[in-house]
Design a protein around this ligand. Structure first.
Ligand code: AMP
Length: 283
């Protein structure tokens, strides 16, 4: 695996590969890698000659300084995991490589309604920061395929919109990969390592209530499914930001289901001081 810290050097190296007609798959991450991340690397390896992973804890997408400062960093282990899983290139930049013009006067992306609902409501500015970093990384890497995890469902929809806004939707294929879970069902996340033993045991409830929604979903009023899920999580000590059942594309809330519309159940809740998110497609 080749490690680049400078955007210019990575760009030049990748340009040389383009002449060989090699396709590039790109997996952007914030590090503290787990099997979920590695499954994206694996998907990219299957479909491309070159797989590029980036590790960059993006300051512009954290709306709370504390969350940014507490974000887990395990860089030596990450390098080992990437190397042993056959990743070809790691981009490990400092902030000025990703944001050469600084972060003070950012471009605004017109994302529409999806920006301020669900995660956007609880993390104001988060998706503008996500778009900033992904836009910059895509300009450096210029991949053929971009690999994202369904775990961050709203982020996938936002990035699909971003690709349209920056006219990259015809040159970059967006691949949304399934969420990898622990044996008990908890969605793998870098944040899970901040859970203590008791919190870890309870954390599985998020996945459980989403499965119950999926199982119990019937045409008609579905509001009570959300309320039951919230109650169950609160009973287990969570502070719940939302449990929502929404349209798979727009993510607009659905209260009465016609039995046909494709839906996704999404949840964000905090246990101890760790905020977790998860989602499941329901039909
Ligand atoms: P992060 O490092 O958390 O920004 O995640 C980097 C990429 O890995 C994103 O596209 C995530 O959606 C994806 N990812 C995170 N957790 C999982 C998981 N459990 N299964 C599959 N993909 C994941």
């Amino acid at each position: 695996m080749i490690l680049f810290k400078k955007a210019g050097e990575l760009h030049n190296w990748l340009d040389a590969q383009r002449e060989k007609n090699h396709t590039k798959g790109f997996v952007p991450t914030m590090g503290a890698l787990h099997d979920g991340h590695l499954s994206l690397i694996d998907s990219s390896k299957k479909e491309n000659e070159i797989t590029v992973c980036s590790i960059f804890v993006n300051p512009t997408q954290f709306n709370q300084k504390e969350d940014f400062e507490n974000y887990p960093v395990t860089i030596e282990k990450d390098i080992y995991l990437l190397e042993s899983n056959g990743c070809d290139v790691l981009f490990l930049p400092f902030v000025n490589e990703v944001y050469p013009h600084g972060t003070e006067n950012p471009r605004q992306y017109d994302l529409g309604k999806i920006e301020n609902i669900l995660e956007g409501k609880y993390r104001p500015g988060h998706f503008q920061g996500v778009c900033m970093v992904v836009h910059s990384l895509l300009e450096i890497v210029k991949p053929d395929r971009l690999y994202l995890g369904q775990k961050d469902y709203q982020q996938c929809m936002v990035i699909a919109k971003l690709l349209e806004l920056i006219n990259m939707n015809s040159t970059i294929e967006l691949k949304i990969c399934p969420t990898l879970r622990e044996k008990d069902g908890l969605a793998m996340s870098s944040r899970n390592m901040r859970l203590n033993e008791e919190e870890r045991k309870k954390a599985v409830e998020i996945s459980k209530v989403l499965s119950i929604i999926k199982k119990d979903l019937l045409p008609g009023d579905i509001e009570s499914l959300k309320q039951n899920a919230i109650r169950e999580l609160e009973k287990n000590g969570f502070i719940v930001d939302y449990v929502e059942i929404a349209d798979v594309e727009t993510l607009e809330s659905v209260n009465k289901w016609d039995g046909k519309q494709k839906l996704v159940a999404l949840c964000a809740a905090t246990i101890g001081n760790v905020r977790l998110i998860d989602n499941k497609l329901t039909n």
